[in-house]
Write a protein that binds this ligand. Structure first.
Ligand code: CTP
Length: 449
């Protein structure tokens, strides 16, 4: 690199103490062992962009496993080695007791597979390691064992591209080497509001023309799709992938016809609504988007699509199952609404209809319906009704002298129903209801005998 830049101060100012300490520790150990050690990849990119990123990846020139072992010892953790690739993971407990991991790789010259390329002797192994990466913005490194601490290593114009907000590949074979990079390019472009460079865009198109997507194994595609669904704006990624022809290259059913796109937008809004409400993402956000992507497709096409997208067998079963369940529920919901128009439908009946559905399906139904009233009801069900409990308990029934038996759950269910329907609000009303049910039962028993 021509102009030396040190990012020790950025590290000091921008990172939480735990990450800072770790980087300094890795540097100190590198110095002691005589091993140049670098933080690389997304972590460095996000440091320069001032975005939080807890995923520290280290690369060592020399024996990475030795450094990993020393690190594990200092941190009171352990090392999981992959001897054949000379990579390892250090697993340890952070200050809060949570399990934390750091990948430690070894930079090796022999990784490089294009012998025609360059006078290899002149390349350091870190340069090789970085050259194998996807985009210039991901090919930055910070040297940790140097003094002063934190020399930025930028062989391929990563800093410039961050400044110019552009996604550039390092060589023309990048997408051939790994076609998932087509999806990654879009993901980073949309996440950071960058733009894919003209030449990289041409190379993506070229990769699609070469049908390279067909060669991609399902699980890798699934991994990428899941990453996309975890972004803040997955739809923007999908729209761009559609525009570049990536979606149709993966599967013709995937094209974003207007109805599907509109539904995906609503789904995304629902998921943000949920996140704002509960301060957490729903665990399987991807499943909601996959339901959206298969909107309007017949069962067989959906099954094929999910097979192509590499869903693991059990997940494919789960999502197909949820689709079928929703079909059944839609009919019952319609009947419930008709009764509602006649003023005879009850909240408790709605809750029974919705009970078999997963959270993902509930959100999906909420997005799918154009009916504002139903949408409101579904939202109340998600936030309130499904969690509601009777205000009386088994202990109360015991005090009323009820002997153990199935009547307990019958009465508690009735109390809950009456509460949901506004017919018995509060403990007293529900106790009275319990007494009434008990009396009726006694009368029936009396007449039976
Ligand atoms: N990488 C690559 N080609 C891929 C996947 C990854 O070159 N197909 C490299 C990139 O240098 C990337 C690093 O491996 O920075 C780590 O990959 P990953 O953890 O998937 O990505 P991050 O860049 O950390 O992105 P994110 O913020 O989404 O985790």
């Amino acid at each position: 690199p021509s102009k030396e830049r040190h990012v020790g101060k950025l590290i000091q100012d921008r990172l939480p103490p735990s990450a800072k300490d770790l980087l300094h520790l890795a540097g100190k150990l590198g110095r002691e062992l005589g091993l140049p050690v670098y933080a690389v990849g997304g972590f460095v990119r996000d440091l320069l962009l001032n975005k939080p990123n807890q995923d520290i990846d280290l690369v060592v020139e020399g024996n990475g496993i030795a450094l990993a072992k020393a690190l594990a010892q200092e941190l009171g953790g352990r090392v999981r080695e992959h001897q054949e690739f000379l990579t390892s993971v250090v697993i340890f407990k952070d200050a809060k007791g949570a399990e934390s991991r750091i990948d430690v790789a070894t930079a090796r010259l022999e990784y490089y597979e294009y012998p025609a390329a360059l006078p290899t002797v002149e390349l350091s192994s870190i340069k090789m390691d970085l050259f194998r990466r996807d985009f210039s913005i991901n090919a930055l490194a910070v040297r940790l064992d140097s003094t002063p601490f934190g020399q930025l290593v930028d062989f391929f114009g990563g800093q410039r591209d961050i400044k110019e907000r552009v996604i550039r590949v390092l060589h023309t074979l990048s997408f051939v080497e790994d076609p998932t990079r087509c999806l990654r390019a879009v993901r980073f472009e949309q996440r950071y509001d960058f733009r894919i460079s003209t030449s990289a865009e041409r190379l993506v198109k070229n990769a699609l023309d070469l049908k390279l997507m067909d060669k991609l194994a399902g699980p890798r595609l699934f991994g990428e799709f899941k990453h996309i669904c975890d972004e803040d704006n997955p739809l923007a990624c999908l729209v761009r992938m559609d525009q570049l022809g990536i979606l149709s290259a993966i599967a013709p059913q995937l094209t974003l016809i207007p109805t599907r796109k509109a539904l995906l937008q609503t789904l995304q809004d629902m998921l943000s609504w949920y996140r704002l409400l509960y301060f957490e993402k729903i665990p399987q956000a991807w499943l909601v988007y996959f339901l959206g992507l298969s909107h309007g497709l017949p069962y067989a096409d959906t099954s094929d699509l999910f097979l192509r997208l590499g869903l693991p067998e059990n997940k494919r079963g789960e999502i197909l199952n949820q689709r079928e369940q929703m079909r059944a529920v839609r009919g019952r919901l319609e009947a419930w609404q008709k009764r509602q128009n006649g003023q005879t439908s009850k909240v408790s009946a709605l809750c029974e209809v919705l009970a078999p559905l997963s959270l993902e399906s509930l959100l999906y139904l909420m997005a799918e319906t154009g009916d504002e009233d139903l949408q409101k009801k579904l939202s109340r069900y998600i936030t309130q009704w499904q969690h509601e409990k009777a205000d009386i308990s088994g202990d109360d029934l015991k005090e009323l002298g009820l002997p153990p038996g199935p009547l307990y759950s019958h009465i508690l269910r009735s109390a809950l129903k009456a509460k949901l329907d506004g017919e018995a609000l509060g403990r007293d009303a529900q106790l009275a209801l319990a007494v009434t049910i008990l009396r009726e039962k006694q009368e029936v028993d009396f007449h039976k005998n």
